[in-house]
Design a protein around this ligand. Structure first.
Ligand SMILES: Cc1ncc(COP(=O)(O)O)c(C=O)c1O
Length: 455
């Protein structure tokens, strides 16, 4: 394979904002002082460079609740948090639980189980709808997706998958094989065989004439492909795509579920960034009245302090007793499970699902008003506290990527951090513990920035 040209920013429409843009360099030049610069240079010296992280643009000193504080004392509300921050950063109950586990059982070698892991397993399957009653834990989302793919192959005797263009399921080779983003797939050589892709349920990418009012014909197409192939192990979907906030209608999942059942394929839902209350329910698929064959959780499961993910599967999929699906060193981490248990307690006790629903509706109302005032706002959408503001050229409706990038750096300058998905969608995902006034303040910042950059 030809070595690729390095250091060239070719993709603008990616999972997140890339780090090679001139605007990022301008922001750094204007904001970071010598101490930060020295740390960034050291970071860039030792870490391999990659387009969504190193080189970094700033350095953090602390994180607490909804706030990040950089080494120069600037504070940012964290509406990105790499999606680990449902309960905010360093929630005292999570930190306390981790400290207790560290003091008593810092590690649990594979041959042994431990009460933290068993209790977490029980809590998760008790909470999961339908017959999702067996699980495996993993130290990260991509690993859990890998286990789901292996289990789908083993249990069906088939190896093919159908997944969505533009999807993200993690950065490992198996995950990028089912993922649909060029930034991750390009120049990587052969990916997993049999990983077929179809258009996602996304009005912008829709080849089925939905014109923004989804008719779920993209789900009919999945049914069609399943019928043609006849030997597909699984359909893998992000229940709600978080990178640019795509919320399919109920009919989409009713059709997908029916199609999978008819053709003997498993339905695997990836809820790694959006499970655990983000959308207003514990599992996002609860909005759709269907139950998948497997669901994958991750990110916030470790309370924002420990890498944790879980694959939860139907009872009938417990078919691999003589194989290794995961075999991860930290698969029953006592510390990670303690963090996860405390996280589930906080979600319940602080009623974070209800809170996400209430605040999300409020925010969406406010964003819709913003859309009426600001012509560059082409669409606003959301579910719970996963909110998307899509910026488009008012005349041509083309993605307003340059404006989106300027809005991002303007907001960072005003103390608000979030992610830009697919180049032109401001993705606002605050911690679910955020106060009403802070949320209002953040939306003020967004509105001012759009007004300043977009007119
Ligand atoms: C939808 C989705 N799936 C999978 C992953 C991978 O999770 P991890 O980074 O823990 O491997 C991510 C991470 O961003 C994600 O957003």
């Amino acid at each position: 394979m030809k070595p690729r040209e390095s250091g060239v920013a070719r993709d603008v429409a990616a999972e997140g904002d890339v780090n090679l843009s001139p605007r990022r360099r301008e922001w750094e030049a204007a904001h970071v002082g010598p101490a930060t610069r020295a740390l960034l240079d050291e970071d860039a010296r030792y870490f391999l460079h990659q387009s969504l992280s190193t080189p970094c643009m700033n350095a953090l000193a602390s994180a607490a609740g909804i706030w990040l504080t950089d080494v120069e004392g600037r504070r940012f509300m964290d509406f990105h948090g790499n999606s680990v921050h449902q309960v905010g950063h360093g929630h005292p109950r999570v930190v306390e639980a981790v400290k207790r586990a560290l003091d008593t059982l810092p590690f649990s070698p594979r041959r042994f189980t431990n009460d933290y892991a068993v209790t977490l397993a029980r809590r998760l399957v008790d909470r999961a709808p339908g017959d999702l009653s067996k699980l495996l834990l993993a130290p990260g989302g991509a690993e859990a997706i890998g286990m789901a793919l292996k289990l789908a192959r083993l249990s069906t005797g088939r190896h093919k998958t159908i997944s969505m263009w533009d999807a993200f399921h993690g950065a490992s080779l198996d995950a990028i094989s089912i993922g649909g983003e060029a930034l991750f797939r390009r120049d990587m050589g052969p990916l997993l065989p049999g990983t077929e892709h179809v258009p996602p349920c996304d009005p912008r990418a829709c080849g089925f004439g939905c014109g923004g009012r989804c008719n779920a014909r993209c789900a009919d197409y999945v049914d069609y492909v399943l019928g043609k192939e006849e030997d597909v192990a699984a359909v893998v979907v992000e229940t709600i795509r978080s990178t640019d906030v795509q919320v399919p209608p109920r009919a989409y999942y009713e059709k997908l579920r029916g199609a999978c059942d008819r053709h003997g394929a498993l339905l695997i839902l990836d809820e790694i960034p959006i499970g655990l209350g983000r959308t207003g329910t514990m599992f996002a698929f609860e909005h759709y009245g269907i139950v998948p064959d497997m669901v994958v959780l991750g990110k916030g499961l470790g309370g924002g302090v420990f890498p944790m993910a879980a694959l939860i599967a139907r009872e009938g999929l417990d078919v691999a007793a003589d194989r290794a699906l995961g075999h991860y060193t930290h698969e029953k981490s006592s510390v990670g499970c303690a963090a996860a248990l405390a996280t589930l307690d906080v979600i319940d006790d602080e009623r974070l699902c209800e809170r996400a629903q209430r605040l999300g509706e409020r925010a969406l109302t406010r964003l819709r008003e913003m859309q009426r005032r600001l012509p560059i706002v082409g669409d606003v959408r959301g579910i719970g506290l996963l909110l998307g503001v899509e910026l488009v050229d008012p005349a041509t409706h083309a993605p307003a990527r340059d404006v989106a990038e300027r809005v991002l750096y303007e907001c960072l300058s005003s103390g608000l951090s979030f992610k830009v998905g697919q180049g032109n969608v401001l993705v606002l995902a605050p911690p679910l513990v955020i106060g009403d006034a802070d949320l209002d303040r953040a939306l003020d910042v967004v509105e001012h920035a759009i007004a300043a950059c977009g007119s």
